[in-house]
Design a protein around this ligand. Sequence first.
Ligand SMILES: Cc1ncc(COP(=O)(O)O)c(C=O)c1O
Length: 414
Amino acid sequence: MLKNHIVFDPFSDWRFNFKKASGAYLWTVEGKKLIDFTSGWNVTNLGWNHPEITEAIIKQLEKTTYAPAWTICEIQEEYARALTDSLPPGLTAIERATGGTEANEEALKTARAYTGRNKIISFKDTYHGQSFATIAVGFPEYMESIAPFMEGIIRMEFPTTSGTNLDPETILRNFAITLEKILEKEDVAALITEPRIITGWGSTYTAPEGYLRVVRKLTKKYGTLLILDEVGTGFSRCGKLYGMELENITPDIVTLAKGMSNGAAPIGAMITTEEIAKKTLDKTNPFSTFGWTPVACAAALKTLQIHQRDKVWIKAEKDGEYLINTLKKELGSHPRIREIRGIGMEIGIEFLNEGRTNPDREYARKVVDTAYKKGLHLTLGDGGNIQIMPPLTIEREVLDKGIDILIDSIKHVN
Ligand SMILES: Cc1ncc(COP(=O)(O)O)c(C=O)c1O
């Protein structure tokens, strides 16, 4: 039955026949033009098919397409220098990967190898990838039929401000007490988290300001490594080049993928300190046949250069503020909306059922469908949440058109 068909990811409730894309627009095979509010889930942050990145790839194709995994070629070196220069000092040792799952898998291996401990702290309903280890730290209860997963995982509640009457200070204080009780046994290798917002699972739950400083302080105190998964937040999505800059902290390990090459080639990275890398390489044996091909590096280098040249994060912060304020003003009192939340250009609108007791996925899906018919591409997140992640280079006029369609769609669904 599946002969000659791609087995499709079941989490998406609908799909369309994608033909081409440019900037903040997509076209279907049938010729329908859509404004994009997804960036392919935080991938095409600089807009679809960025011409400068395409040009960089073509130039690299004329030189070489592949370098063996046991060599290091010029473009890889150049990109490695640029990438580590863009990060806080100390994060200088890169392990090459093809995407986010692989980078996180390397991070977990490295943390165990460095500390000699095997426990990992993570948060419920987060997404770090599709391998047995990354499912274990994220959402094993949804995948029970393929258990057992990696062992030794302690999964905490993410200290979100959503769905509680507690003030942010109390949320953070309670979280710190619970976290310290676990860490003080000094048997936890690493804590893995996204920086302050859950992008991957699609809930867009945010933690109060100060969250990153708390996890940094406590993990350091008890010899636990802090792994920041910046696969979704990296490359200007949160109004900073990297989410860690929201609170100016430096993790022991950061993982990157998605926006790294703006969708032009598969690439990911695990970046750590020289000390950690030196003590673990012979134990973790990182090896990725297709990690950091010269073509992917050319795309990633150009992507990073554009982010830095245009300071894309500044526009992302401003547009994010504009977007969230407009939505709150127009929809704040909507009877089906529980919350509009986000950081930078990573924004969620969560819908509830009529009695306002439960998330209403069906309602959210109807909004996505209605918007699609009106020319706006949206994606569902977790539960009743719609995740809004426009390309960060979107022109204000196009952003406004998209916002109008979104508001109109929400007002017309019942
Ligand atoms: C936060 C986060 N981490 C990791 C991953 C996994 O990345 P990949 O799909 O490149 O393996 C994702 C993918 O959605 C993600 O959102």
